[in-house]
Design a protein around this ligand. Sequence first.
Ligand code: HEM
Length: 154
Amino acid sequence: MTKLYSILLVFSLAFTSMSSFADGHGHHSLYERMGGEPVVRAIVDDIWINHGKNPIVKNRFINTNETYLKKLVFEIFAVATGATDVEYTGKDLRDSHIGMNISEMEFNAVVDDIMNAMESNKVSKPHQGEVLAILWATRPAIVNTNVTTDALVK
Ligand code: HEM
């Protein structure tokens, strides 16, 4: 094969494969790389189950409507990881949590439940790390900023 042909072949293969990528720049969203809707819905189901078994937070969710919360958590998980066909229809995170006086310990417990749900759905460690970074960014909107020593040690 001549040099020109091999260069053309490389370019045509590159363009053919690029057209199957989500953003046209050769990158799939984290949402797609994790497996898209079926995997994220399964993760959200397991987050709910894990919360129900987690003594640090289970009482928080006693009066919460399961279907309502799962719908909104799916939406925000999908949008935050780059889904382009999902819209978040819930409240602002700060507005929805501010009245709950959530402690650092509770925030960490919820993050643990989410990480465990990803692990049980076979999400790779690098993808788990990307989600953890997103979760960590939500911390200032969720955790009560006037937390006392009592709230941390009890
Ligand atoms: C880790 C980051 C978190 C994210 C991304 C998150 C996300 C959400 C979303 C999207 C909603 C629905 C908002 C709406 O009503 O429109 C919600 C509601 C709720 N969250 Fe969180 N949350 C987080 C952490 C926590 C923590 C740490 C707790 C307490 C331990 C908590 C307790 C609740 C409760 C009880 C509701 C339901 C309120 C109701 O029944 O109306 N969340 N959360």
